[in-house]
Design a protein around this ligand. Structure first.
Ligand code: FAD
Length: 311
């Protein structure tokens, strides 16, 4: 452990529960495009609940292989039209030519969307090794460079505190992150992780590799342990034994599970805050309650309705 990590760990443990948050936190929220009217209603209720927390931006994911192109666009456009929250569109380059990607990005620009979360994506068939589309962008770094040439977008990219599964080692993964930032991205948002120390180690390594861009931790409140465990396995996120133990026996107790989930995620955020983190990105899975509760504990309060401001 570095001296700084030890210092952070000490401070994290010493900090009284949420008593010293100073109202200096900025948050953002991620949604996915709804598949049905019912899901659209849930999503929109979540946007309405979270909007008054004045997020820096909200982002909308892009389904595997571009499968949600229209729905992502419609969702981002609706947020941009009906709220005053800056909306960011995720865009992947897998399975598409440069012309197709450029056309999607151009349509976003014409619709007033100024922020893209630029990603490589994965092959639609899980487990299939990544193959560059003939005439497509090779990876997220070349996509960032392409977007930069197209319009002056704000660009966020993905970062992996526990290393991307396709990466031979952590150093190669950090080099890749640096290429994305050097190509013109302004911030990295991390894959979710379960322990604050994982983030601190990654942040230290990024600093040592000469990365000085903002690295925002992606927070995934555990709404359903089995599915978070499955996702963790797929993306190379370690699931600590203590986490499994905490959720054991709660399968049929949704209310208790939600309280435990909020406590666990809030404690992770509190430790990150004690270690100097001031920006948080929440994977909401289109549900507002947990993210709202955690933000509240972090001192993030309603600031007038971002929905009304747009009206
Ligand atoms: P890249 O940064 O291009 O790299 C992926 C891996 O390939 C890295 O390990 C890198 O080291 C390696 N690599 C890249 N280029 C080279 C090279 N030239 N030579 C050797 N190795 C190389 N997926 C979706 O489908 N839709 C989404 O909306 C979405 N949103 C996401 C949001 C966040 C915040 C995160 C963290 C992930 C998201 N993902 C999404 C998942 C993401 O698409 C996958 O993790 C994907 O496998 C990698 O995308 P990337 O942009 O990180 O790829």
């Amino acid at each position: 452990l570095s001296v700084r990590q030890l210092e952070e760990a000490r401070r994290a443990l010493a900090a009284p529960l949420f008593a010293d948050v100073a109202g200096d936190i900025a948050v953002s929220f991620e949604f996915f495009p709804p598949k049905s009217d019912k899901m659209a209603e849930t999503l929109w209720q979540s946007v309405e609940t979270l909007a008054p927390l004045n997020p820096r931006f909200v982002s909308v994911t892009y389904g595997a292989g571009g499968s949600t192109r229209e729905r992502t666009h419609a969702t981002v456009e609706r947020i941009a039209r009906e709220t005053s929250i800056p909306a960011a569109a995720h865009l992947t380059c897998v399975e598409a030519s440069r012309e197709e990607i450029d056309a999607v990005a151009d349509a976003y620009w014409q619709a007033g969307v100024r922020h893209i979360v630029a990603l490589r994506g994965d092959m639609p068939t899980s487990g299939t090794p990544y193959a560059v589309h003939p005439g497509g962008y090779e990876n997220a770094a070349t996509l960032v460079a392409g977007l930069r040439q197209l319009h002056p977008f704000e660009i966020s990219v993905a970062a992996y505190p526990e290393c991307h599964p396709d990466s031979p080692h952590a150093t190669a993964d950090l080099d890749n992150l640096k290429r994305k930032l050097d190509a013109g991205a302004t911030r990295a948002i991390t894959q979710f992780f379960h322990e604050a120390e994982t983030f601190f180690r990654f942040r230290d390594a990024a600093t040592a590799a000469g990365i000085d861009a903002e690295i925002v931790p992606g927070i995934m409140p555990v709404m359903n342990f089995a599915s978070v465990k499955r996702m963790s396995t797929m993306c190379g996120t370690a699931v600590p034994a203590w986490l499994e133990k905490l959720f054991a026996g709660l399968d049929d107790l949704p209310a208790a599970r939600q309280l435990v989930a909020a406590t666990v995620a809030a404690e992770l955020c509190r430790r990150l805050y004690a270690g100097g983190v001031r920006q948080f990105h929440f994977y909401t899975l289109n549900r507002a309650e947990l993210s709202y509760a955690i933000c509240h504990l972090l001192g993030v309060r309603p600031q007038g309705s971002a929905m009304e401001q747009a009206a």
